[in-house]
Design a protein around this ligand. Structure first.
Ligand code: FAD
Ligand code: FMN
Length: 584
């Protein structure tokens, strides 16, 4: 090492102090120090200043819709850093498959969504990975963690397909794939523990970099999450549709007492629902347990009744619950099912809710054993129906009552029952949920075509409030469908005001009960000339609401536009990120 002072960087005095120290370091100490100084806490690191050999760096790639996989990816990155493994986190939604050919170590953490589909943002990556012309991945070492929900027919299939595909392309599996159910924390942690020793220690431990942040125009990271929610108060809760309708739709207004709740129009609010008190009571009744019994959930002490009301899913029994309950109960028939084939178990679980199982196969578990056997309660998402730029201390939601047939009875939706019953002054726990693929386009001049059925109108109300702030809003065409004009024209006054203020260029509605033959896509197809004209100007199309209806609408648009333009026209719009879907 030269004793000459690098004068552009250090003063002579600084160099006099530094030089003897640096000169005394051995090779490994120097490498360690270079990584340490490059860490973000020193304010110096960017993706390009990381010094580790790119080839040996581990890429942790996530595919997510509701952020579980992203959180696990960062958890793994932190563990890599502690273990001296150079790792970077990337979002598969922002990753070109070509990049895989340059990688040596790839860890994929992905969810399955829809009906066995990949998370929507990673559709392009997934299709390209599975395309016939995908380059071989010889020399790639990989591992896959798959998240899913075992109550779905196509459990964890996205992770399974990616895992098989990486192997078929020539990759070498580091450790077997692990499929995780909704209580994924522990199995994911175990899988990471198994994975870490198979990853290369970097010559210099370098800080991991999340490149996804560089692509995102998201506001500052939220300090609230499903594990650390914000408690807010209900300001208003009233019916938007006819109150006697079988599945009423409500408008909720929540007080937002903080400024760091980063939501844009198109984003959603995560709600942590509470189970109906009568359902909690029926479980306590069937097990003979006292609600006052002390238990621990996620390291927090609480009463059993609180754990059952807030933290545990009391409807869907998992396979884990089946085996735990079979061990606790004397019922031989349940033990037989538990020892039987996976397919029969799935069928049984589909026909039984937790309360059916605990009633049919009585047992007297310890309170903690009951809590440990149940799945964690899952948050539900509701689209933000207002623009925080306009009204920064309120959140508006549009919620439709939900129920479903279950055997002989009709079951009520947990979160919707909870939300629709809330009174002004009640509180609930929420967190912000980014939906980066359902935002207004950055180019503020492009025409917008907004298609909604029912509660799908919610994000468009937020869009229109945001557009009303602009000096020159772009052309905007809204198509809305519901049951009856008289009772179900959700937010009719807001929409008509937007029309009068020229924020909306055109408003079309379809009311199924009034015009049984008319469908959601009809107003667009009936105005084919305008549709084509707007698309030629670069219009973005948004589809929001219940999946089945919007899928039919999209299929009709695709068929017609492909016929009018060329085969693959719709697919290309989609590839160009001009079709935005928010379906549930
Ligand atoms: C991005 C996004 C945005 C959304 N925005 C909105 C919105 O703005 N407004 C709105 O109203 N909704 C919205 N939703 C839907 C919402 O998140 C909920 O899914 C919906 O309200 C139903 O919730 P719930 O708790 O009442 O029903 P749940 O109790 O969760 O029941 C829902 C489903 O689970 C099934 N199910 C439940 N328990 C069982 C069981 N034991 N066995 C078999 N099947 C069972 C039911 O068949 C049903 O399909 C959105 C969803 C997403 C993903
Ligand atoms: C609308 C919806 C559809 C889902 N469909 C499936 C499915 O078909 N198969 C499955 O295994 N899991 C399914 N899941 C469960 C998710 O994979 C699971 O919740 C996962 O933890 C989500 O991870 P993410 O937060 O990273 O997106 C679905 C979840 C939602 C909300």
């Amino acid at each position: 090492m030269t004793a000459e002072v690098p004068t552009r960087l250090f003063s002579e005095q600084q160099w006099r102090q530094l030089f003897p120290l640096l000169n005394s370091l051995d090779q490994s100490q120097r490498l360690w120090l270079s990584g340490y100084l490059a860490a973000p806490e020193w304010g110096a690191a960017t993706a390009t200043t990381v010094v580790a050999d790119t080839a040996e760096r581990v890429t942790i790639a996530y595919g997510t819709e509701t952020d579980n996989c992203k959180r696990l990816a960062h958890q793994l990155e932190a563990r890599c850093r502690e273990a001296g493994i150079a790792a970077e986190v990337v979002d598969l939604a922002q990753t070109r498959v070509r990049r895989l050919t340059k990688m040596k170590y790839l860890v994929v953490i992905t969810a399955t969504h829809g009906d066995g589909d990949p998370p929507e943002p990673i559709t392009d990556f997934y299709e390209n990975l599975n395309a016939d012309d995908m380059s071989p991945l010889k020399g790639l070492r990989f591992a896959v963690l798959a998240l899913g929900d075992s109550t779905y027919e196509n459990y964890c299939v996205t992770g399974q397909i990616i895992d098989q595909r990486l192997e078929a392309l020539g990759g070498e599996r580091l450790i077997p794939r692990r499929d995780c159910d909704v209580d994924f924390a522990q199995p994911a942690d175990e899988w990471m523990t198994q994975l870490l020793p198979t990853l290369p220690r970097a010559a210099a431990a370098t800080p991991a970099v999340d490149h996804s942040a560089a692509y995102s125009s998201a506001p500052a990271a939220a300090s609230y999450s499903k594990d650390s929610p914000l408690e807010v108060e209900v300001l208003a809760n009233h019916s938007l549709s006819h109150p006697d309708r079988s599945h009423p739709i409500h408008h909720l207004e929540l007080e937002l007492p903080v400024a760091d709740f980063p939501l844009l129009p198109g984003d959603a609010v995560g709600v942590l629902p509470e189970n109906p008190p009568q359902l909690v009571a029926s479980i306590l009744d069937a097990t003979g347990l006292s609600g006052e019994a002390p238990v621990v959930v996620d390291d927090q002490a609480m009463s059993l009744v609180e754990a059952l009301r807030i933290h545990r899913d009391l409807t869907i029994p998992s396979r884990g619950f089946l085996s735990a309950w079979a061990a606790l109960s004397d019922a031989q028939w349940l033990q037989d099912i538990n020892a039987g084939e996976a397919k029969a178990q799935r069928e049984f679980l589909r026909q039984h809710q937790v309360c059916d199982l605990v009633r049919r196969a009585p047992a007297r578990p310890e309170p903690q054993a009951l809590v440990d056997a149940l799945r964690p309660q899952q948050p539900r998402l509701y689209d933000l129906a207002n623009c925080l730029e306009v009204n920064e201390d309120e959140l508006h939601l549009t919620v439709k009552a939900f129920s479903y047939p279950f055997g002989e009875r009709e079951e009520i939706g947990i979160a919707t029952t909870f939300l629709l019953d809330l009174q002004p002054g009640d509180s609930l726990r929420i967190y912000p949920h980014r939906n980066a693929r359902f935002q207004l386009p950055e180019n503020t001049e492009l025409p917008l075509i907004l298609v909604a059925e029912g509660t799908g109108i919610a994000p468009y109300r937020a869009f229109l409030q945001a557009l009303a702030q602009r000096a020159t809003p772009p052309p905007c065409w809204l198509v809305f469908a519901e049951q009856q004009f008289e009772e179900d024209f959700l937010y009719q006054t807001d929409l008509q005001k937007a029309l009068a203020d020229k924020v909306l260029t055109s408003l079309d509605s379809v009311f199924y009960s009034d015009e049984p033959r008319r469908q959601l896509a009809d107003p667009l197809l009936d105005n084919a000339e305008r549709l084509n004209d707007w698309l030629a100007q670069g219009a973005h199309i948004y589809l929001c609401g219940e999946k089945d209806s919007l899928d039919v609408c999209e299929a009709r648009l695709q068929e017609q536009l492909d016929k009018n333009h060329s085969e693959g026209f719709w697919k290309q719009l989609s590839k160009d990120k001009r079709v935005h879907r928010n379906l549930y």
